[in-house]
Design a protein around this ligand. Structure first.
Ligand code: HEM
Length: 499
């Protein structure tokens, strides 16, 4: 009996030491981790934000956890995030290369490309094109305003009733990015748009779910016929749809007269015949990447904004007053108008802060052995910039736990942007769609607030501000009452105020 117990104990110790996650020497501290699972069982994987917050209280702004046997460093608070992503920008600008999503996308596109010349080239091309230097005659602003007019006419039909805005915003955000990428907008009932959105949703669910975690943690299971194989199949269907689109586009493409980002890419491919950064396979994944990165993020931010505007009618009214005053009888808002709308600007930034849309950023890795705040971090370490911890950091905000545009206003009522405002992250990998997203948010919100009043339905009970965690965070589904504002009255009111 005693012999068996001793044997069992030895076996247990052996198992423990063989499979225990090893933190490197002088690595950031963190909780005790179990063999095989690391700290995964100690985190609420449905929404780990609160667990990460507790670990920060215990271990400080730079700590580590283990995903299986893989040590991961979590950065918290504005100083640690800036120290890594800005002051040591190259060292912290890598992306993991061995997760399920890397294998699905074959490390093409831009979001998941590792730091290096190909990423730099593709990022520069995408940024230049999105900055309107390459989009031909129709400006980015016109493209956005075109879609805004569809949202407005849809909401006009809903006036006097309550509606669920989720689909409307999602399809509008998707259409804005497809007009920029392919020069095409789709009717909201269009089969192609619906297939695209559905496949992205399913792919994202698998990529952020437990099966992806199992794939990433236990390499031996990767070839087994388990549910994560569906991610590979769905991505192939998406790629085939985009390949068709590219073939159709090529038929009407006139070199050096670009209509959209796809045309610009074809021009670039022609210019750089032998350049491995620019080829058709890379183009397919780049288009999918940009579409994916630009849809959920923007639509979830809009959803959060309307939730808070409805439940803070005083803030809504103050924005409307300012918008009426500045726009007067002008037919459409322009992005330039933002400089004369400090309160509305502050409201939009505050909505982005509370929306916390990409709470854990996109994971980074270290590109070489480095040091951070006295700790040693080896090359290839997975880094999680916890943006949520920055956007809610008590020492950085006047009202960290409320929805209050004053977080972005100084004593003179002017718009100011604190350094802890980083919903787009920071450093060389920061969101490359920031300009587009900011223009979209401004033009959509200003136009809708000018035309409509949004009211929390009387029978909807207490508003629920809790969020659904994912690669992008969203509010729980809700309905909103839409009322037409009396435009004539708005104009007269704004004239009276200016007089
Ligand atoms: C409110 C809307 C948006 C938010 C909050 C947001 C946020 C983010 C964040 C946090 C990252 C990770 C940065 C990092 O790794 O440090 C990111 C990356 C990225 N975003 Fe956005 N994003 C938004 C809209 C868009 C749009 C409209 C596009 C489309 C053009 C876009 C394209 C990208 C791309 C391509 C990357 C990867 C950049 C790289 O790896 O170099 N995003 N975004």
């Amino acid at each position: 009996m005693m012999d068996s117990l001793v044997l069992l104990w030895v076996a247990f110790c052996l198992f423990f030491f063989l499979f225990k996650a090893q933190r490197p020497k002088n690595f950031p501290p963190g909780p005790f981790s179990l063999p095989i699972f690391g700290n995964l069982l100690q985190l609420n994987l449905e929404n780990p934000i609160n667990d990460l917050k507790k670990l920060r209280l215990r271990y400080g702004n730079v700590y580590s956890i283990c995903f299986g046997s893989r040590p991961v460093v979590v950065l918290n608070g504005v100083h640690a995030v800036k120290e890594a992503l800005v002051n040591q920008s190259v060292e912290f600008a890598g992306r993991p290369q061995d997760l399920m999503i890397n294998h699905v996308t074959k490390n093409e596109g831009v979001v998941l490309l590792n730091h290096g010349p190909v990423w730099r080239d593709v990022r520069r091309f995408s940024l230049m094109t999105l900055r309107n230097f390459g989009l031909g005659k129709q400006s980015m602003e016109e493209r956005i305003l075109g879609e805004v007019s569809y949202i407005t006419s849809h909401l006009e039909k809903c006036a006097g009733k309550s509606m669920d805005p989720q689909n409307l915003f999602h399809k509008a955000a998707s259409n804005i990015i497809t007009t920029v990428l392919f020069g095409t907008r789709y009717e909201h009932e269009d089969k192609f748009l619906q297939l695209f959105i559905q496949l992205f949703k399913e792919l994202s669910k698998i990529a952020n779910g437990p099966w992806a975690m199992i794939y990433d943690t236990f390499p031996v299971v990767r070839n087994l016929p388990l549910p994560f194989q569906k991610a590979f199949q769905k991505f192939e269907v998406l790629k085939d749809a985009v390949k068709d689109l590219i073939s159709q586009h090529k038929m009407s493409w006139v070199p050096r007269q670009p209509r959209d980002l796809l045309d610009c890419y074809l021009d670039e491919m022609e210019k750089r015949e032998d350049d491995s950064s620019f080829n058709e396979s890379q183009l397919v994944t780049l288009l999918l990447d940009l579409h994916f990165a630009g849809t959920d993020t923007t639509s979830n931010t809009l959803l959060t904004t309307f939730l808070y505007l409805m439940t803070h009618p005083d803030v809504q009214e103050r924005c409307q007053k300012e918008i009426d005053q500045v726009l007067g009888e002008k037919l459409q808002a322009s992005f330039e108008d933002r400089h004369r709308m400090p309160y509305t600007q502050a409201m939009i930034h505050e909505a982005q802060r509370v929306a916390n849309t990409v709470p854990l950023s996109v994971f980074h890795t270290t590109t070489k052995d480095t040091q951070l705040m006295g700790y040693d971090i080896p090359k290839g370490t997975l880094i999680i910039p916890n943006l949520s911890s920055v956007l809610n950091e008590e020492s950085q905000w006047k009202f960290p736990h409320d929805f209050n545009p004053s977080n972005f206003l100084n004593d003179e009522g002017e718009f100011v942007k604190p350094e802890a405002f980083m919903p787009f992250s920071t450093g060389p990998r920061m969101c490359l769609g920031e300009g587009l997203a900011r223009m979209e948010l401004f033009l959509v919100l200003v136009t809708l607030l000018r035309h409509f009043q949004f009211i929390w339905p009387e029978d909807a009970g207490e508003p629920d501000y809790s969020t659904i965690f994912g690669a992008t965070m969203s509010p729980k589904p809700y309905r909103m009452d839409v009322r037409l504002r009396n435009k004539r009255e708005c104009v007269i009111q704004s004239q009276n105020t200016t007089e």
